[in-house]
Write a protein that binds this ligand. Structure first.
Ligand code: ADP
Ligand code: MG
Length: 639
């Protein structure tokens, strides 16, 4: 039944179009990927290994599935003369319907993000292929035609399927007779990819990329017409070996296999827990964020094994969300083999493992920060914003998370977040009781915030923050090593003994002198402010806005508004710098209209300086223009 017929019978050959996304992907594979072309082998071996894993798992419930051919493995055959490579496994196999669905569409969501994230960077593209779960299509990087023959475990020999495509928009399937269970993928190599039919090259690639998958990969013995096969990889699940027997190189290689990544990991932690609870974990911190780190439905989690049997990918229950960047394997001796995602969600055993693994990762990061600060800086750049979520998500581990945070600071001239809280505390001024910080729309805006002018002048360090989640995170923080956190734009600065007696006297004098001015400004601004105060914050700027301890910031208000919630109105305190020439000038203005105009101008400027959009920008511009006109013609009468 292998040939085309006019009446569509069960075994008939059919042509199917690829899903649009697949077509786009194939175009990319064929026309733009020239570096790292060898990844196709890693991906196809990884699929073969998955297929073996899945059969082993299915055979727990139905041992007949394995019966005839119990030893699971992978075979690679190369034919340099014909220019072909075939990857064969005796794993779970596919039915005709499965071949159509699995090899014609992309199951995972987020395809568009994948393409967007590529932006013509082919290096990145080849690294992303496996992570994205489109590994099969990487065959077309080196092949002009791909044939897949597959027979599902448990199906009859006549129920085999042959799938074929030249990547030109469609593929064909037909029902064929196959004597053996499993899948064989044959690549007809492109003219410029014949090197991959070379046995020597293939062996070295297998050792490089697939050494530690849990199944043997076999190739024909070297020598002319040898029909015997030999195992070319280690075929031992890496995490089951004792640490002392594993060279760093092998750890790195295994990472590349689990993470489908090309770069080396920054660090790893391999542990065996014994006793009441038994499990082994091998956890990696990658050096690069995946493209979908911020995608809500992105796959995350560890590969789960139970007593060496692969159970599932992306078991997300073993790590908290804020550690979603961690890759690796967990192998439990206590969970049942038929464990499902639903069970994992409630199992107290899983809960305990998760607590243990969380500690391991935090420890690992702590060690990295201490011993290899350069690597830690890379980590923070890639994943700092994710780890930060832990401050709010994981109160229990806050003490371990806080020392891992890094900040930009007024003490550093660069904007790279490098300052730790320990460093901050170590260089606090005598008498300083608070850890000051300011959150703004950008680090530049934070650095230039009028609210921290005096702090800077006194040499008090201020941490600078500008990420979306910072406000939420900082709101959860109470103290570090007994020092309370203080948002420099809110309430009293809490200078305590830092404010000298002389400062106090001066402040009191200014306050006394300014009573009248403060009242006039309050009258001019009316509802817009709760209070007008003499500032202890300002040095260069004439005025600034200060929120109450619990007022929502502009940023939060916007987030609430975006989600359709009504944010309560905020009326800030308006602080003025009575030493500033503009304020002195204002004090001397007697014309009420001119006074109001100037006071409003100061208020709007203070809002602008902290990055708040003006409610009525044209009005502000008109006011400013009127002032400029007066300056240009000083003799003209005011108003
Ligand atoms: P992923 O492996 O991430 O699911 P791939 O593009 O590599 O994505 O493979 C797509 C699907 O094709 C697999 O999920 C699997 O269902 C099927 N498949 C690919 N290769 C094999 C194989 N050797 N045996 C059985 N099924 C396979
Ligand atoms: Mg795959």
């Amino acid at each position: 039944m292998a040939s085309t017929t006019d009446t569509p019978a069960a075994g008939a050959r059919e042509t199917h179009g690829f899903q649009a996304e697949v077509r786009e992907l194939l175009r990319l594979m064929i026309h733009s990927l020239y570096s790292h072309r060898e990844i196709f082998l890693r991906e196809l071996i990884s699929n073969a290994s998955d297929a073996c894993d899945r059969l082993r798992f299915a055979a727990i419930a139905d041992s007949a599935l394995l019966a005839q051919d119990p030893e699971l493995g992978i075979r690679i055959d190369a034919d340099a003369g014909a220019g072909t490579v075939t990857i064969t496994d005796n794993g779970i196999g596919m039915t005709r319907a499965e071949a159509i669905a699995n090899l014609g569409t992309i199951a995972r969501s987020g395809t568009r993000e994948f393409f967007r994230s590529l932006s013509g960077d082919e290096q990145k593209a080849s690294a992303l292929i496996g992570q994205f779960g489109v590994g099969f299509y990487s065959a077309f990087i080196v092949a002009e035609r791909v044939e897949v023959r597959s027979r599902k475990a448990g199906a009859a020999a006549e129920e085999g399927v042959r799938w074929e495509s030249g990547a030109d928009g469609d593929f064909t399937v037909e029902t064929v007779t196959l004597p053996e269970r499993g899948t064989a993928v044959t690549l007809h190599l492109k003219a410029d990819a014949k090197e991959f039919a070379d046995a020597f090259r293939l062996r070295s690639l297998i050792r490089r990329y697939s050494d530690h998958i849990g199944f043997p990969v076999r190739m024909r013995k070297e020598g002319e017409a040898s029909l015997e096969y030999e195992v070319v990889n280690q075929a031992k699940a890496l995490w089951t070996l004792p640490r002392s027997e594993i060279p760093a190189e092998d750890y790195k290689q295994f990472y590349q296999y689990v993470a489908h990544d090309f770069t080396d990991p920054l660090a790893w932690s391999h542990n065996k827990v014994e006793g009441k609870r038994e499990y082994t974990s091998l956890l990696y911190v990658p050096a690069r964020a995946p493209f979908d780190l911020w995608q809500r439905d992105a796959a995350r989690g560890l590969k789960l094994y139970v007593r060496r049997v692969f159970i599932m990918d992306d078991a997300e229950q073993f790590l908290p969300l804020y550690l979603r960047f961690v890759k690796g394997v967990v192998d439990s001796s206590d969970l049942p083999l038929n464990v499902s995602r639903e069970i994992l969600q409630q199992d107290p055993e899983v809960e305990a493992i998760r607590a243990g693994l969380t500690k391991r990762v935090l420890d690992l990061l702590g060690r990295l920060a201490k011993d290899e600060p350069d690597k830690y800086a890379t980590f923070w750049k890639e994943f700092g914003a994710v780890l930060k979520e832990g401050v709010a998500q994981d109160q229990a581990n806050q003490a371990a998370i806080l020392p891992l945070l890094r900040f930009a600071s007024t003490r550093e001239s660069h904007d790279t977040p490098t300052v730790s809280l320990a460093e901050y505390v170590a260089r606090m001024q005598p008498g300083q009781e608070r850890i000051y910080y300011v959150i703004a729309e950008s680090l530049a805006a934070a650095r230039g915030s009028p609210a921290i002018e005096r702090l800077k002048e006194r040499g008090l360090e201020v941490l600078l923050l500008a990420e979306r989640i910072d406000e939420w995170i900082m709101g959860q923080l109470d103290a570090f090593e007994g020092k309370r956190f203080k948002d420099a734009t809110r309430g009293d600065l809490g200078l305590g003994t830092l404010a000298s007696a002389a400062d106090r006297t001066q402040y009191d004098a200014e306050l006394k002198e300014s009573k009248g001015l403060l009242k006039r400004i309050k009258d001019a601004l009316g509802e817009r402010v709760t209070e007008v105060r003499v500032s202890e914050r300002l040095k260069e700027s004439p005025a600034c806005l200060v929120l109450g301890e619990n007022d929502l910031t502009e940023q939060m208000r916007r987030i609430l508004a975006a989600t359709g919630q009504k944010a309560p109105e905020v009326h800030p305190v308006f602080e003025i710098n009575v030493g500033h020439p503009l304020v002195k000038y204002l004090d001397a203005v007697s014309n009420p209209a001119e006074f109001t105009e100037l006071a409003q101008l100061l208020f709007d400027q203070a809002a602008l300086a902290e990055g708040t959009p003006l409610a009525n920008a044209p009005e502000y511009v008109q006011r400013l223009n009127r002032l400029l006109v007066r300056l240009a013609a000083p003799a003209a009468p005011a108003a």
